[in-house]
Ligand binder design. Structure first.
Ligand SMILES: *Cc1c(COP(=O)(O)O)cnc(C)c1O
Length: 801
């Protein structure tokens, strides 16, 4: 990337770093600790990004260009230092300058904590999108909460997951720019008073409690671009003593407001694809939405002096239904504060909002108890109620079907249904892979689709390909640069050029060498950190993602048990050595998920105890799977396990990271796996199991897992071991769930999975064949860049030029 614009020359950079050491830390290069070097380096970059963003945003506004506001309760950022250095073209210079100061840049990278403000795929997607938006010069602001504690740290103790708080701000806060001058008051609880005043309907929210939202900004550089994205994180603070209450003698209430306030931004809810319906979560959502909408409106009025052209200047995106309260909040401002008529306000709102759905599973669809909602947000409740009344009237006009309208209602059965509100209020509704977008139209949103088909579209997810290839896999990047040039780094479609080499034996050998070196490096890292000595000549078979029954880690585990049992019976059988690598956090309250973790860890222990087997069959359970660990693991991965029950995984993005690093997918026809199959070619992916249609048919016909258990010896033997015990632990609950309900049809897909695994081993034996599959995966991975996703959002949904 020699032609790339650099932010500073080497000597400029050196002076800036020296200046920071001197002025911020009262030290110099001979005295400073690595911690201080780390902070000083971050501060140099932060200053530069702040300035670059200011210039970029001013350019955007002076040209009257539209801005994007991306609302999401989660941004799983990971580390920023390396990304910012790379994206700004400053890595080499930083490395040189630090080396001259006897400091290792790699050591400094290790000092940065992950900003884990998200659970999994949804939050990581939001982070990837900010990167791609900046890289393509779109002016974007992400909005979320400054959780004091991000996703918990996972420790595995005797096979059990234990959670410890993720206190990330010491170390992570160097990137944050507090903007106390732009704080916003958010009102909760209280009552609504309504009356007519000089012909106007006036609404007053009284006796509310106030929480102050203070913004902290984090900047993310684009790659080789003018753009910088801003992530504005709101911290909840108390508004200070309410002197009015205090003077009225209501001492306790005046004090009580303070304790309620800070709780709101204390901790991220650790559930993935599951809702709890708790009051505090509702408060978090409204807090984030109200502060963000106030911020957007303040900017709009300052820049354009009117709300009239809001939809031309602003696109607001709600990532899943979690930020949907932004809709009634914008209505509230337009009605109560700007004095717009309902019709006019609704027209502005519906032309501004777009919504992405992330799941079709019922336990993850947000519905709020109506009484709780009303008590917590009385004015917002009134507006949602009115949206519902008017929408139902219009929908009945169109359909004439009362039952259909009842299914589409926002408020019904004492529940507020957030997904229906999102669809009604947005001009665009998209799913995150082709199959998921089709399922939305056929199932959860079918009623809406028949009435408003033009709203529905698809944007398949993508990943920050530079983070997961260029930055984290230098060996593969080097090979690609030699063979196809560096154009693919900005234009990932050019990875397609690599396919030319699928029949070049020398390239296939080089690729095999790169993978082997990456496996050795990962094995060394594991040896150093855990003491476990992996066999780098075994297949690294990887399933890393949140732990959830629908993702079916227990299908993988059950298959490993059967392999173990076969090897015990026949230790000399022809067997391709395997290392199964798992990484997953379970929601702390998800009992069965935690049992599955314990099962995998017990199985790992039992295999380790058998010295004759363990070099053939081994399990590594990676503690605390997170973005940084993912970056380290992907380059060494060979098999990508994407084995969710068809119709349950909306897209998956882990599948894309692994493909980009040359891993071959063993997967169901679910989520983006289907598009991955098209992109790498049928013979370069191993698919198995029921299709989503077959799953539906099986459910309709009645599914009886017990019959499979009774009739399949292999399955029976494996499940019986769960009850008999593995490494001294028994797993009755997992066994009973599989035998008696098996909601994600593990047993039904087991045989197909076993054959798929067998086929994978067979392919792996033929090294050239395997490397050819790998080439085709890397070559086809270009379309799964978040750059491509963002181009589609920009053109088809946000109307950006
Ligand atoms: C990419 C990523 C995910 C998403 O993985 P899926 O396999 O798509 O569920 C989850 N967690 C982390 C840390 C990630 O980097």
């Amino acid at each position: 990337m020699d032609e790339m614009q650099r932010l500073f020359t080497k000597s400029q950079f050196r002076s800036l770093l020296e200046l920071k050491l001197k002025n911020e830390f009262a030290t110099d290069q001979r005295e400073a600790s690595n911690e201080i070097f780390y902070k000083a380096l971050c501060l140099v970059l932060k200053d530069a990004l702040l300035e670059k963003r200011r210039h970029f945003a001013a350019q955007t506004d002076s040209r009257g260009k539209k801005r994007v506001y991306y609302l999401c309760m989660e941004f799983l950022i990971g580390r920023s230092l390396k990304n910012n250095l790379y994206n700004l073209g400053m890595e080499e210079i930083a490395q040189e300058v630090l080396q001259e100061m006897n400091v290792s840049l790699d050591d400094l990278y290790e000092l940065e904590p992950d900003a884990g403000l998200g659970n999994g795929g949804l939050g990581r997607l939001a982070a990837c999108f900010l990167d791609s938006l900046a890289s393509q010069d779109y002016c974007a602001t992400g909005y979320s909460i400054l959780y004091e504690y991000g996703i918990f740290k996972q420790k595995i103790i005797d096979g059990w997951q234990t959670e410890t708080p993720d206190n990330w701000l010491p170390g992570g806060d160097v990137w944050l720019v507090p903007r106390r001058d732009q704080a916003v008051d958010v009102h909760f609880d209280g009552e609504i008073q309504e009356y007519w005043h000089e012909g106007f309907h006036e609404v007053h929210h009284v006796n509310y409690s106030t929480v102050k939202a203070v913004p902290f900004d984090l900047y993310l550089s684009g790659f080789d671009s003018e753009g910088v994205s801003k992530l504005r994180l709101w911290k909840a603070t108390s508004p200070g003593l309410d002197m009015e209450l205090f003077n009225k003698g209501d001492y306790l209430r005046a004090m009580g407001q303070n304790s309620m306030a800070e709780v709101i931004s204390k901790v991220l809810y650790p559930n993935d694809n599951h809702v709890e319906g708790k009051m505090l979560r509702l408060r978090q959502q409204y807090f984030m939405c109200a502060a963000s909408i106030a911020d957007i409106c303040r900017w709009q009025l300052k820049t354009y002096g009117t709300m009239e052209n809001l939809p031309e200047k602003v696109a607001i995106h709600i990532n899943d239904t979690h930020p949907t309260l932004a809709v009634p909040e914008l209505m509230r401002i337009l009605l109560d504060e700007c004095g717009y008529s309902w019709e006019k306000a609704w027209s502005l709102v519906t032309r501004t909002f777009a919504y992405t759905n992330h799941t079709v599973m019922s336990e993850a669809l947000e519905v709020w108890n109506e009484d709780l909602f009303k008590a917590c947000l009385p004015r917002i409740y009134q507006i949602v109620h009115e949206i519902n009344e008017r929408a139902c009237a219009v929908l009945f006009e169109k359909t004439g079907d009362l039952q259909q309208v009842a299914r589409m209602a926002v408020v019904a059965d004492h529940r507020v249904r957030m997904a229906n509100l999102s669809v009604i209020a947005s001009h665009s509704v998209n799913g995150v892979s082709k199959i998921h977008s089709d399922i939305l139209k056929k199932s959860v949103f079918h009623d809406f689709y028949t009435v408003m088909p033009q709203k529905f579209c698809n944007v398949t997810n993508g990943i920050a390909s530079r983070r997961w290839l260029y930055q984290s896999n230098p060996a593969l990047t080097g090979l690609l640069n030699d063979l196809i040039g560096t154009g693919y780094i900005k234009d990932t479609a050019q990875l397609e050029k690599f396919r030319r080499y699928e029949h070049s034996e020398s390239v296939l050998k080089q690729l095999a060498k790169v993978k082997h070196a990456n496996k050795e490096a990962f094995a060394a890292y594991i040896q150093k950190n855990t003491g476990v000595a992996l066999n780098p000549d075994s297949v690294f078979d990887v399933q890393v993602k949140r732990l959830h029954e629908y993702k079916r880690q227990h299908l993988n585990a059950l298959h490993i048990i059967t392999q173990y049992q076969q090897l015990l019976e026949n230790p000399n059988m022809d067997f391709v050595p395997k290392t199964y690598i798992f990484g997953a956090k379970a929601a702390p309250g998800y009992y069965l998920a935690k049992q599955i973790i314990r099962l995998i860890c017990s199985l790992s222990k039992e295999l380790e105890q058998n010295p004759l087997l363990r070099d053939k069959l081994r399990i590594l359970y990676l503690e605390d799977y997170r973005v940084t660990l993912s970056e380290q693991l992907m380059p060494a991965s060979e098999i990508s396990e994407q084995i969710s029950l068809a119709g349950t995984e909306a897209s998956g993005t882990g599948n894309m990271k692994l493909m980009l690093n040359g891993a071959v997918t063993i997967g169901t026809l679910d989520g983006a796996n289907i598009e991955i199959k098209e992109a790498c070619g049928d013979e370069n992916i191993i698919t198995f199991g029921m299709t989503a249609e077959e799953v539906d048919a099986q459910k309709a016909a009645g599914y009886r897992p017990k019959e499979i258990y009774d009739n399949n010896e292999t399955i029976k033997k494996a499940i019986d071991l769960l009850t008999r015990g593995i490494a001294g632990n028994t797993f009755e609950d997992v066994a009973n769930s599989l035998k008696n309900s098996d909601p994600y049809m593990v047993l039904r897909d087991f045989e197909a999975y076993r054959r798929a695994q067998e086929y994978a081993s067979q392919c792996y034996r033929d090294t050239m064949k395997w490397q050819r599959m790998s080439v085709n995966n890397i070559a086809g991975a270009g379309q799964f860049s978040a750059d491509r996703s963002i181009q589609e959002y920009a053109k088809n949904i946000w109307g950006l030029k």
